[in-house]
Ligand binder design. Sequence first.
Ligand code: HPA
Length: 275
Amino acid sequence: MNEGHWAKLKKAVDTVRSKLEGTPDVAMTLGSGLSNAFGLPEGGVTIPCAEIPGFPVPTIAGHSGEFWIGPLCGKTVLIQRGRAHYYEGNTIEEVSFATRMFALLGIPTLIVTNASGAINPDFCAGDLVLLTDHINMLGVNPLRGANIEELGPRFPDMSAAYTPELRALARAVAADEGIDVKEGVYVAALGPSYETPAEIRAFHAMGADLVGMSTVPEVIVAAHAGMNVLGLSIATNLAAGVDPNATLTHEEVIETTRLKGEEMRRLMMGILEKL
Ligand code: HPA
């Protein structure tokens, strides 16, 4: 990270901190189609990204993103609505800016959600999947550049980037709620074109169960900063070529997310209650 970026980050953190009463217990980054999963709960504050000095206004289809901070399921929760993707032309620093801000605010836990394509032949469209690990195929790492010691070490361990205890908690909540969840490895592809069937076969051989275009930069910076991370994915479609007769559309991704959104919301609320 360069000096200018670090200065921007500190400025953004100061501004957000001045609007908060305490440190949120958990930050939630809600992906495609899930950003309204909780509506606008009562009693919180909304901070548009555009009102945070230093915050890079991300190129996000539709809006520039906002944070809601308030009480939810007995916790103080920060919800990030609208994330920046690398394929949108944002720099990798911009993509991971919000997550770094959460870390500097002292938020101990990050829950990230996304939509993904199912590579594992045992998965179905609509499955909810707890992420166990990832493979970074973005060709870029958000920690590139000078390391900021206040954020974390130069060479952070990624052996347990997805906190096993949070996954166990999510499994327990899912069992209580009668929600079926699977577990799998997520590979981040650059996009925005969906993958080719040959790429999906290669990712399968590499050990990936799901493919998507987000999440990995955020998880790398969160793990770097020592945050606990839970990754939740909706497998919205079978990845390219898994069903040789199918074609992929963004509409299918949005529709499956809509159909599974309520179940995902129940799962997340149960997790928040038990955190
Ligand atoms: N590939 C990449 N990203 C995705 C997919 C996919 O099949 N589905 C939802 N996001």
